[in-house]
Design a protein around this ligand. Structure first.
Ligand code: SF4
Length: 960
């Protein structure tokens, strides 16, 4: 506050020595800062009280509305539920997802309309881009008003309107002093003007800059002559120092370094930032790591703290059906942590469960963990079981779409947070307190019922808006604040960070529910997105001009490293630079910066601003990974055959299939034949491309679906449904299906009812199809299902051409015996039938399974196999069947293929496939990048130094 403003306030207070005077302030926090400044300047506050505009409105109507102000979260939740149920009644907004963010935006727009004195249902349709939009807004307003009415609650606009029409002098003070803020609406202005009819209204106007006129102000203080920013700074005798940094990181470091050199007391400093998202975490981290004492005006967003992240991870985990891989990630990050549980051991136990097909934490998983703990007798295993049980005991529903009341859900979440993070201290305790307080406020909502997944989404939305540890400036501490809240902070050193055009004034996007054009046509009082710029200018210019003898340090970063693009300085930064150039302001400039040269930033600069990816080799040496990457790219684009192309120096011990002690599966051998490089990535380097765990609302993974279908087929055969009379087999199938589905839902909770129903329909149709197809087949007997070979009890070695052998293992889905005693081997495929290639037997080595399974069965059972092949008993495969005869000729060919394959692999040369068709469904495409190479280069490379080995591999392709 400058001297002129203090003088005005002193005069008002002296004019009313004992009568009540109210200061109408933008926020309670500003009010406390103003009172503090007045007291420090010896102004009597005997009868002075601060109120916000809302409190003034409550008082003006006699104070009976304050307790009925609507709870925004409460209305928000009900609107969310109501609109989700009635979305089909909307026409213009029909394609919009009803999300908590949409409801927030909608409530803000409706309030904007009301505060401008309008009524959505009476707005002219011609004003809108489409008449349906006007109708939809009117419908949304009706739903909103109905909900509010049912709760007998009022919003701000209702109370302001009521106050304007029925001000009661009795409840007003002797005078009010109005502290302007950046955005007042029509109803607020009308209230002040109405109050002015009864009592004096003064304006405490900070001097504003002519460069930044404040928009939409209710009173006439702007008519006063205001100085330009340049003149203002001169009059105020301000010190100004400016700095351009390369990155945000450097900007913050430079600021703290300069502060250390130039400031004697921390509590003389306030740091203003323009972007909460970019600067708050950085500032928080920097002051914490440097051990600087600081207060944060808004506190820290909960998701920037460990305890907060643990809570959001918990909510997300519950939304995703408590998947074990996510649980492992959260434990590794320390978000779910227990003193008696070792993370590495827990990870092993969870991986064991996943390998057994358990994908979520449920009763079945607990039972498995308990058995492991009982068997091993280890305390850590028992602790893991106990902790997970505690977590599961707190889950209040069986399925994500089960309904329950909000209060119970909040109570369970509260307990669960305690369970996953039992130990916390210091700042984390403040975060815990903030979360607990919010959840306790929700706990009273026992009459609101929602689906569990909706509750999780709503609570996540509400808690993401929470900040912890917000504070007023305190003695001995730096104060850190968004510039919007910094106007009334009376300190002498002001740092302003983030003065680039993107962050200041930044751009405000139009409200999609009510566009600027529509707002302008409806009413001149409605806020436009363009006002954002002039407000931002007014707010910051006011900080520069409000106070005498202040020092300002202003900075921006010229590069946004996150987006890899340069940034332009803000207009106000330029204006200040001009003022500085005219040598207007500097009394005691700060000493020049002594910031150390930062090699990482320098190399970043080279990498991003220089010649794209063409790093200087020295630059790359800074980053080991980059260096290797360049080396790999150079080698792979050469015509030489290099280790980066899949060649091993000492291969035999590692990769000769005949020497492998672990038996091969058919698919492993088929991969080797399809593309040796894919085999190398998968089985030698053991790369496992990361699964996309993005939120996808489906029930079963392809693997789970395949395994359920196999179980169903096996049961149909085992229970003899194929040979039963039509009606009976149908009844039995239905019984079997219902039983299977209910145990499946226990094991793997469906993502949603819709996902479950779609999947169930498909599974049922495939089971039905399987039964129908089987009934039509010639009479046969399934003498074995799920026939296992190659495991400890049935070691199986298939001979190769030169008399050696390869160990193999597998599971034959079904072995049939026909009336003529001939044997048939069948494998079920759950995908589409490969019509075009099924005429080929070995398909150039890519199809080995039918012959391998036949050979394995013959070897173990000493029975001749007549034919072997696949069935496709699903809705995708349409019940197709493919059979290949099997005899001595095929046996010989199989041994030849196996010989050629193992010989090539033993050389340690893993060629890229010669047919790009093999790449279509390859999961290693991103790693391999075959599509980036010319076919000519690939052929040249593969053939160049030892052509005979490559030709050996190509011989496999001759087996059709
Ligand atoms: S993308 Fe093609 S060449 Fe590369 S590993 Fe996969 S199948 Fe082989």
């Amino acid at each position: 506050m400058d001297d002129a403003m203090l003088k005005q306030l002193q005069e008002v207070c002296e004019a009313y020595p004992i009568e009540p005077v109210w200061l109408v302030v933008p926020s309670t926090r500003d009010g406390r800062l103003i009172m503090k400044t007045l007291a420090e300047n010896g102004i009597s506050l005997l009868n002075v009280k601060v109120v916000t505009m809302d409190q003034l409105a409550d008082a003006a109507v006699g104070g009976d509305t304050a307790s009925k102000r609507m709870d925004r979260n409460g209305i928000h939740r009900r609107l969310y539920q109501a609109l989700k149920a009635s979305k089909q009644e909307l026409n213009y907004f029909t394609n919009i997802t009803i999300s908590p963010n949409f409801i927030d935006q909608m409530m803000t727009t409706l309030l904007d309309i009301k505060r401008a004195g309008l009524n959505a249902s009476k707005m002219s349709e011609e004003t809108f881009v489409h008449p349906d939009k006007a109708r939809d807004l009117a419908k949304l307003e009706r739903v909103y008003e109905t909900i509010k009415h049912s709760l007998e609650a009022f919003d701000e606009a209702d109370i302001l309107k009521k106050a304007v029409s029925s001000v009661e002098r009795t409840f007003l003070p002797s005078a009010v002093v109005f502290f302007p803020h950046d955005a007042y609406h029509k109803l607020e202005r009308e209230l002040l003007l109405t109050v002015k009819d009864y009592i004096p209204v003064y304006t405490a106007a900070p001097e504003s800059s002519a460069d930044a006129p404040m928009p939409n102000q209710p009173l006439s203080f702007l008519e006063k002559e205001v100085p330009s920013l340049e003149r203002g700074l001169k009059q105020k005798q301000a010190n100004l120092s400016m700095h351009e940094a390369f990155s945000l990181d450097e900007e913050v470091r430079a600021m703290l370094e300069t502060m250390r050199q130039n400031v004697d007391a921390f509590d003389e400093v306030v740091i203003h930032y323009t972007s909460t998202k970019d600067y708050l975490p950085l500032l928080h981290e920097s002051v914490t790591s440097m051990g600087l004492p600081a207060t944060f005006a808004e506190g820290i967003p909960l998701h920037h703290t460990k305890h907060g992240r643990a809570f959001f991870a918990l909510v997300q985990w519950l939304q995703n059906d408590m998947k074990l891989p996510d649980l492992r990630d959260y434990m590794q990050e320390g978000l779910f942590s227990w003193p008696d549980v070792a993370v590495q051991e827990a990870e092993v136990r969870l991986l064991e469960l996943e390998n057994r097909g358990v994908q979520v934490l449920n009763e079945y998983a607990l039972q498995q963990l308990y058995e492991t703990a009982e068997y091993s007798g280890r305390a850590t295993d028992l602790a893991l079981f106990t902790r997970f049980k505690q977590v599961l005991d707190c889950v209040p529903v069986k399925y994500r779409y089960d309904e329950l009341d909000l209060g119970t859900a909040a109570n369970h979440l509260k307990r669960m947070l305690q369970v996953i993070q039992p130990d916390f201290a210091g700042e984390e305790a403040v975060v815990h307190e903030a979360l607990q307080t919010h959840l306790e406020a929700v706990e009273i909502c026992l009459d609101e019922n929602y689906a569990w997944m909706d509750i999780l989404q709503l609570i996540d939305h509400e808690c993401r808006k929470l900040y912890a540890g917000g504070s007023l400036p305190k003695p001995g501490r730096l104060h850190i604040t968004p510039y919007r809240n910094g106007l009334y902070i009376n300190r002498s050193h002001h740092w302003v960070l983030g003065m680039d055009q993107t962050r200041y004034p930044g751009r405000q996007s139009e409200d999609p529910l009510l566009l600027d054009g529509e707002r302008a046509s409806l009413n001149s009082e409605l806020d436009l997105s363009t006002y954002h710029t002039s407000r931002a200018l007014w707010q910051l210019a006011s900080i520069f001009l409000n106070g005498n003898n202040r020092s300002f340090y202003v900075s921006y970063a010229s590069m946004d490293l996150g987006k890899n693009r340069p940034q332009v300085k803000a207009h106000l930064y330029q204006a200040l630079e001009d003022a500085l150039a005219k040598n207007i302001t500097i009394h005691k400039p700060y000493r020049p910066l002594d910031v150390k040269f930062d090699q990482v930033d320098w190399w970043h600069d080279k990498a991003h601003l220089g010649a794209g990816h063409r790093f200087a080799r020295e630059a790359a040496s800074f980053y080991t990974m980059h260096h290797q990457l360049i080396e790999a790219a150079t080698q792979r684009f050469s015509s030489k055959w290099t280790p980066w192309d899949g060649v091993l120096k000492d291969p035999a011990a590692l990769v000769d299939p005949k020497r492998e002690s672990v038996p091969f599966s058919a698919s492993k051998l088929e991969t080797l034949a399809s593309c040796p490089f894919a085999y190398y990535l998968s089985y030698v380097l053991k790369l496992d491309p990361e699964e996309d765990r993005s939120e996808e609302y489906r029930w079963l993974t392809p693997l789970e679906r395949g395994s359920v279908l196999h179980e169903l087929y096996e049961d149909i055969v085992r229970l003899g449904l194929i040979n039963m009379e039509e009606n009976l087999s149908q009844v039995k199938l239905d019984e079997l299906f219902i039983e299977k589905m209910s145990s499946l839902e226990e094991r793997i909770p469906p993502a949603s009812l819709t996902a479950r129903d779609i999947e169930r329909r498909e599974l049922y149709a495939s089971s039905q199809l399987f039964l129908n197809v089987e009934k039509q087949k010639p009479a046969h007997q399934a003498i074995s299902t799920e026939y296992r070979f190659g495991f400890v009890d049935h070691p199986t070695a298939i001979p190769t051409e030169n008399g050696e052998s390869i160990q193999i293992r597998g599971k034959i889905d079904r072995v049939n015996q026909y009336e003529d005693q001939s044997i048939e081997i069948v494998d079920y495929k759950t995908g589409r039938a490969q019509k075009f290639k099924d005429s080929s037997y070995f398909e150039g080595g890519r199809r080995l399974q039918p012959a391998l399974y036949a050979a394995a069965y013959e070897q173990n059972e000493k029975q001749k196999v007549r034919q072997t092949g696949y069935d496709y008993p699903t809705t995708k495969g349409l019940g197709a069947s493919v059979r290949f005869s099997y005899g001595e000729k095929e046996q010989v060919k199989l041994s030849e293929v196996l010989e050629r394959l193992s010989r090539t692999a033993a050389t340690g040369r893993f060629y890229l496939t010669d047919d790009p068709e093999d790449c279509k469904f390859c999961r290693f495409q991103d790693v391999c990048r075959r599509t980036h190479y010319d076919q000519e280069l690939i052929e040249q490379k593969q053939d160049v130094d030892q052509p005979e080995i490559y030709r050996g591999f190509q011989e496999v392709r001759k087996y059709d």
